[in-house]
Design a protein around this ligand. Sequence first.
Ligand code: AVI
Length: 318
Amino acid sequence: MLKREIEDGDVTLADPAFRADVLRGLATRPRAIPARWFYDRRGSELFEAITDLPEYYPTRTETAILREVTPQVAALAGEGRAVVEFGSGSSTKTPILLSAVAPAAYVPIDISGDFLRESSAGLASAFPGLPVLPVEADFLHPIALPAQVAGLPKLGFFPGSTIGNMIPHASVDLLRAMKQSLGEGAMLLIGMDRVKDEDTLVAAYDDAAGVTAGFNLNLLERINRELGATIPIDRFRHRALWNDDRARIEMHLEAQDDLDFTVEGRPFAIRAGETIHTENSHKYGPRDARILLRSGGWTPIAEWTDPAGLFAVILAEA
Ligand code: AVI
């Protein structure tokens, strides 16, 4: 049963991969559902709201670093590169880089075609004369870039510490795939969140206004709506905790009572205090970050942080 009516009368077709991940994730122990499923329309709106929260320092800190250092990036990268962004151009960071680097072309890569087309159109009008060549693809695997940029050296751009949402061996695979996609002579500008005191980290993922809680719980709303599930959402609580051994924030949804529910008619039970693990956000110390990049085939050549050392932007070469 894949088709589901949603409240406003639209009909949505559940993504078979979403269905498989949810059914598998609820049946295995520990229970875990991949964080990529947070980002339905509501989840994407809530993530945008998170980036403005006083506790969520990464976005504004990285943006401030980029404002300051992109002229140095331009000097180190030289002229005539194609900027290839992994993920659609985010509202503020991409223009900062494009203005400083004056690239020969801009290639945003994203798995979501709608989001890609929207952000590409915005950037094309903000940078008249810049060829904007969107590619709808999953950048976890090597990608064939558009023929128009075949002869150009590339500057990859992967901001936001999105790499932190992957476990280390998957991050290494991704860095290798990026290197293959970008080709010889490529450079990569990447944002990585730093290890810091636990209170700052936990607050960033458990804000006072409850926006991150809403973001986490929205995953259950999505499961109920798209997979015809009967999860009692108000009986789950958002939990964010620092796993020091693995240097990561973990987000979980914790059952408040013994609960029984169904997903597509299949029964599931969860006891009070048990959780569904929904996200990892790894943080990297300066040496950890360099080791990770080297493991993925990249040599770090410059590194910048904010005065408090909360976040790092690293330029590496293939
Ligand atoms: C997208 N990603 C880098 C965010 C992070 O900080 O790990 C996702 C996020 N989850 C909760 N707050 C933000």
